[in-house]
Design a protein around this ligand. Structure first.
Ligand code: SF4
Length: 253
């Protein structure tokens, strides 16, 4: 999915308040004007960044395999502290065995833990899955809800998981999923100075057009995995190095 961006002054003013925390009264305020210009330049740079990343990662998509919202919800819970590749190795058998939320609730906790053991933290994850599925059964007739409010009300479901499910399983993004890659890259690329995922998300929501929210995460995750790695970013070969304020000439942090 390709998306284009349309910037408006109102967007820019919102962005500068969010990004820089400036409070200003009017268009004649010098600090305010500087902030608006900065917001414009951040958005202009972001537009170029995303254009390049879309060409570099044309197949960027959710790396977790799923066919239903419930499967994606379970896979996302399993992906905590685990690679998507590892989760995808476990889920085919798991999804065959447990087809509904009620199936997870009825499972023997030890058996469910064994079924997901290789994803790590398996006892905790099994407990989370069972509590989450119990809430689905009790409050939503076993279905996964499609609103942010209902999803974050489920045990073990935070905004990141809710955003993944809403954007990828329902195609109705209500936010931007901020995982460890998005967190790292948004900061390195100068899109935020925040540290906390929820605050980073709020800043990104002002900068990124709504229709691109889901793809935005996939593009940053793809780039984070391939080039802008946590420990040693490959700045020398990075296709967006000319747009990045954190370029490391020697390829190290
Ligand atoms: S230039 Fe370096 S720090 Fe910036 S996005 Fe590329 S790899 Fe990451």
């Amino acid at each position: 999915m390709a998306f284009s961006m349309h910037w408006h002054d109102a967007d820019a003013e919102g962005a500068c308040r969010r990004v820089h925390g400036d409070v200003y009264g009017g268009s004649h305020d010098a600090a305010g004007m500087r902030s608006v210009m900065t917001a414009h330049s951040v958005k202009s740079r972001l537009r170029q960044l995303l254009s390049i990343l879309q060409k570099t990662y044309p197949d960027a998509h959710c790396a977790l395999n799923f066919t239903t919202p419930l499967e994606l919800l379970i896979a996302t819970i399993l992906s905590a502290q685990c690679t998507d590749i590892r989760v995808n190795l476990v889920t085919p058998t798991l999804f065959q065995k447990y087809r509904t939320a009620a199936d997870y609730v009825a499972a023997d906790p030890k058996e469910l833990a064994r079924d997901i053991q290789s994803t790590g933290f398996y006892r905790q994850k099994a407990s989370t899955i069972q509590r989450c599925c119990a809430a689905l059964v009790q409050q939503h007739n076993g279905s996964v809800p499609d609103t942010m409010g209902a999803l974050v009300g489920l045990p073990g479901v935070g905004r990141k998981t809710a955003n993944v499910v809403l954007g990828n399983a329902f195609g109705r993004p209500q936010g931007i999923a901020v995982d460890t890659h998005v967190q790292r890259l948004a900061r390195r690329l100068g899109l935020t100075t925040e540290l906390i995922p929820d605050k980073i998300e709020q800043e990104l929501l002002v900068l990124v057009p709504r229709k691109g929210w889901t793809l935005f995460s996939h593009l940053l995750i793809s780039h984070g995995r391939a080039v802008c790695k946590a420990r040693v970013p490959q700045c020398d070969t990075c296709p967006v190095r000319h747009l990045c304020p954190s370029i490391h000439p020697e390829g190290s942090e």
